[in-house]
Design a protein around this ligand. Structure first.
Ligand SMILES: Nc1nc2c(ncn2[C@@H]2O[C@H](COP(=O)(O)OP(=O)(O)O)[C@@H](O)[C@H]2O)c(=O)[nH]1
Ligand SMILES: [Mg+2]
Length: 162
């Protein structure tokens, strides 16, 4: 962390809502480009936090695991394996959709094994009722030894638990 700015990386399986979370956090405060030499899109943005803190937020391509099997996954792996990378995150926000929580926990565990601080963002909680899903957040926080934000980027106010 430097200058009261923390580096946040959004990581998760494809279609869990990483870009939606990124847009909600950074608004129009975004720079979009490409990773050198490949066509994978690189999105970075800024976000004001309470108490004078700021965050730079990196929206990473979708990945199922840290076992490289695609160009997208390689981008994520190269970043997380290199603590000298200027974008190496102070904290990873693992974005999962509520329906595929179990599948996303593989990635969560792999990132935890690298001893990188990681919190869980369970997105799409607007779909819980329809799908008959219930969540015991305090239990999950205890089991996974992390903090959890259960959110919906689609139905914003009132769905975001602290
Ligand atoms: N129902 C619901 N759909 C969502 C939510 N957030 C994102 N989506 C949808 O999920 C799809 C994937 O979202 P996106 O942000 O592109 O996911 P990414 O691939 O992880 O970056 C899109 O169709 C979004 O509109 C949410 O909170 N609720
Ligand atoms: Mg995306």
């Amino acid at each position: 962390m430097s200058d009261n700015t923390i580096k946040v990386a959004l990581i998760g399986n494809p279609n869990t809502g990483k870009t939606s979370v990124f847009n909600a956090l950074t608004g129009l405060n975004q720079q979009v480009g490409n990773y050198p030499g490949i066509t994978v899109e690189r999105k970075q943005g800024n976000c004001q936090l309470p108490l004078g803190f700021k965050a730079t937020v990196l929206d990473l391509p979708g990945t199922y695991s840290l076992n490289a099997s695609s160009v997208d996954e390689n981008v994520v792996i190269e970043l997380l394996m290199n603590r000298n990378d200027k974008d190496f995150p102070d904290v990873v926000v693992l974005v999962t959709d509520v329906e595929n929580l179990k599948r996303n926990l593989l990635l969560f565990t792999q990132i935890k094994d690298l001893e990188i601080p990681v919190i869980l963002c369970i997105n799409m909680i607007d779909r819980m009722q329809l799908k008959g899903i219930t969540l015991d957040i305090p239990f999950l926080e205890k089991e996974l030894k992390t903090r959890i934000a259960a959110v919906s980027t689609r139905k914003k106010p009132g769905y975001c638990e602290p």
